[in-house]
Design a protein around this ligand. Structure first.
Ligand code: SF4
Length: 220
């Protein structure tokens, strides 16, 4: 699935099915641009390859911007409050397509909120400062996986291809992107970290003026 919805318990369903089950009210819809990622988190389903390939979010090929636009063109926007770029991989790895689609959504449905869920490592991937790419009013919220309170634990969990520098690079992106995106949220998974570690994560966020969200495991 390229454009999809999420039901209770983290079940991935089509937007049509979501409307059948819940004919009233607004909802978030999700866009799945890639299965590639610069991390291989220990808790991520996509790293369990066999399971991932059987999954409805496993893409046979990455969709073009035009294909995503044509899927978005069929969306009943009156039932949508937010479009989230998320899926089963790291959306910023397709930065140009991502930006084109964010611009497209704001041009056709300016009232709909946009969000990108990211590992926050795009500066390392593109070897440049990527925070300004999200400016200009195309993105309302960026949600960044903090995962841990220190570089060693972060690397142990994420197995980032960029090694031990990843944690500091992610935090620096989080702070810088605040200049361009109104809402910046850092997240940690509840089943993965204990209360002590989560308290340390909260301290890191407080010191930097960032908001922490403890997210349920099935959102990963
Ligand atoms: S950053 Fe996200 S998509 Fe990438 S491996 Fe980790 S949980 Fe999976």
């Amino acid at each position: 699935m390229i454009v999809y919805a999420v039901d209770k318990g983290g079940e991935y369903i089509t937007v049509e099915e979501s409307l059948r089950r819940h004919p009233e009210g607004k909802r978030s819809i999700y866009v799945n641009l890639t299965n590639r990622c610069t991390c291989a988190c220990t808790f991520c389903l996509r790293t369990m390859k066999k399971m991932a390939e059987e999954h409805s979010l496993w893409l046979k090929e990455e969709p073009s911007a035009e294909l995503v636009k044509s899927e978005l063109g069929r969306v009943p926007w009156e039932y949508v409050e937010e479009v989230v770029f998320c899926g089963f991989g790291e959306p910023t790895m397709r930065l140009e397509v991502l930006k084109e689609l964010l611009r497209y959504i704001k041009s056709v449905q300016p009232q709909v909120k946009t969000r990108v869920n990211t590992n926050g490592l795009s500066d390392l991937y593109f070897k440049r400062d990527t925070a300004p790419d999200f400016g200009g009013g195309i993105l309302d919220t960026v949600s960044i996986s903090l995962n841990a309170s220190n570089a060693e634990r972060y690397l142990e969990l994420t197995r980032s291809e960029f090694g031990i520098d990843s944690f500091d690079a992610m935090l620096s992106f989080a702070q810088h992107v605040k200049e361009y995106v109104p809402e910046v949220v850092l997240t940690v998974v509840d089943h993965v970290e204990d209360d002590g570690e989560i308290a340390l994560c909260k301290k890191i966020c407080d010191e930097r003026g960032l908001r922490l969200r403890v997210r349920p495991y099935e959102d990963s």
